[in-house]
Design a protein around this ligand. Sequence first.
Ligand SMILES: Nc1ncnc2c1ncn2[C@@H]1O[C@H](COP(=O)(O)OP(=O)(O)OP(=O)(O)O)[C@@H](O)[C@H]1O
Ligand SMILES: [Mg+2]
Length: 264
Amino acid sequence: MNDAVLSFDAVRQDFPAPGASTPIRVIDGISFEVGRGQFVAVIGPSGCGKSTLLQMAAGLLMPTRGGVRHRGRAISEVNREVGFVPQQAQLFPWKTLAENVELPLLLRGVAGTERKQRVASALEAVGLTGFEQYFPGQLSGGMQKRGSIARTLIYRPDVILMDEPFGALDAQTRMVMQDDLQMLSRDAGATILFVTHDITEAVLLADSVVIMSQRPSRLLANITIDLARPRDVFEPFRNPGFDAAYDAVWSVFRSQIDIRQRLH
Ligand SMILES: Nc1ncnc2c1ncn2[C@@H]1O[C@H](COP(=O)(O)OP(=O)(O)OP(=O)(O)O)[C@@H](O)[C@H]1O
Ligand SMILES: [Mg+2]
């Protein structure tokens, strides 16, 4: 794809294994691309290297072999052109929620009045109005996660990496945020690489779903989801073609789960 924003080229990752003399191979040669404006979801069993892939795209980790390119350029240092929502919220504990969310604007030299307005609307968008002066330790896990999402989206990055962003949220908030993200991806044309454990979420949000195997992971399939948009995230089964798309993903993914004859 010529207009690929992110390309993973045969990436391999070996990590030192504590207590062992030889390293452990976590990712064993994975290639895929994320096109401009595309929404790509990555699913795979726990420990297969999903967060590791995102860290490579964020330039926080260099692969042992192969490489990741951003708009054709090899990523060789921290990639400041992407917004990254890590799996753990990582808000600064000594700053209030509003100060945390404001930080990227402060670093970019956005003027005070505009900063205040954008913080207010970013917090409103994630349902945290009224908690501006709270410190992260005074917020629930899901609220911290929403704060972390607001802190990334506030500077309107056109490439967004999200690591299970909605995993810690209650079911209702999760659906609202899925819907908001689908609107953002449509209206702002953002390119999104999104890690999730949830097949329904992947099928509802993505243009394509990358399925990773167990460690050492390989790419099992990259499945195009061509359901019409916007999609109904509140009642997934109402989207024409949803069942078939879900089955296409599940038929590949089930081989990675030890279901031990639970289903016949
Ligand atoms: N810095 C590190 N040093 C050594 N091993 C690591 C390091 N980072 C990750 N690993 C190992 O790499 C593997 C993949 O980790 P990763 O966090 O990418 O998995 P994941 O697919 O995101 O899992 P989950 O779904 O549970 O979040 C794990 O076995 C983990 O122990
Ligand atoms: Mg992870």
